[in-house]
Design a binder for this molecule. Structure first.
Ligand code: DX5
Ligand code: ZN
Length: 220
């Protein structure tokens, strides 16, 4: 079953409430919360994403899919756990050691939250293998993290296939999320490769009718 996680990074100022209601009515499965600290990536959305998450928790029961693009993973896990997300995903590249990766996995679980690990385009998929038995989702970035509206990197499709094959061969139960440049032209390619959670920002928020796009992205 394919799920859609709408990135609210570029929701128009002043139209937030209306947009969140419309997205819920259009049956997005998650709100994708892009947390950027201005250090791991140039942009800083930290405060805005915390505000949006807090607000969404008040008006909607839809789950939050928090994507941490931050250097201080520990502190961000603690801060964003306060909005009781469904899943918190941190970047492997923000971890200084394997021991730190396991520490963050435990910290997220202690907060009754599911765990995701994200990898940037240049990170080899093999680097995440050892952690897979302990997490719920692997996020394969299909653009360089840091902003919305970028072009999909087609060379990432091979990486999705490789991960899907490893998951099948090792009888693991893990979601594969893809994030960046996913739209009506690229969604079939990533689903065929094995992705089952689709993040989209621009493709949905720029559409006249969110539901038309979300329904299309959900098709198997
Ligand atoms: C990029 C973010 C993505 C991005 C998706 O760093 O992690 O979630 O906002 O936006 P689109 O779908 O416009 O590429
Ligand atoms: Zn994201």
């Amino acid at each position: 079953m394919i799920e859609v996680s709408t990135s609210i990074l570029n929701v128009k100022k002043g139209e937030e409430a209306d947009t969140f209601f419309k997205l819920e009515a259009s049956k997005t499965d998650y709100f994708h919360i892009d947390v950027m600290d201005g250090k791991f990536v140039k942009n800083n959305t930290y405060k805005k994403m915390l505000e949006y998450s807090t607000y969404i928790k008040r008006i909607s029961n839809l789950p939050l899919d928090v994507h941490l693009m931050v250097k201080d993973v520990k502190n961000s896990i603690e801060e964003f756990s306060s909005v009781e997300p469904n899943i918190i995903t941190f970047h492997l590249e923000a971890c200084k050691s394997k021991q730190e990766v396991y520490e963050y996995i435990s910290l997220i679980k202690e907060n009754n939250c599911r765990v995701g690990i994200a990898i940037k385009p240049n990170t080899k998929i093999e680097e995440v293998y050892e952690f897979l038995p302990y997490i719920h989702m692997c996020l394969i970035m299909t653009v360089e993290p840091g902003k919305g509206g970028q072009e999909f990197l087609h060379e990432m499709t091979k990486k999705i296939k490789q991960l899907k094959q490893y998951i099948n061969e090792n009888n693991l139960e893990i979601d594969i999320e893809v994030d960046g440049g996913i739209n009506l032209n690229t969604h079939e390619e990533v689903k065929k490769a094995g992705a089952n959670v689709i993040v989209a920002g621009t493709a949905i928020l720029m559409a006249k009718d969110y539901k038309v796009i979300i329904d299309e992205l959900k098709k198997n």
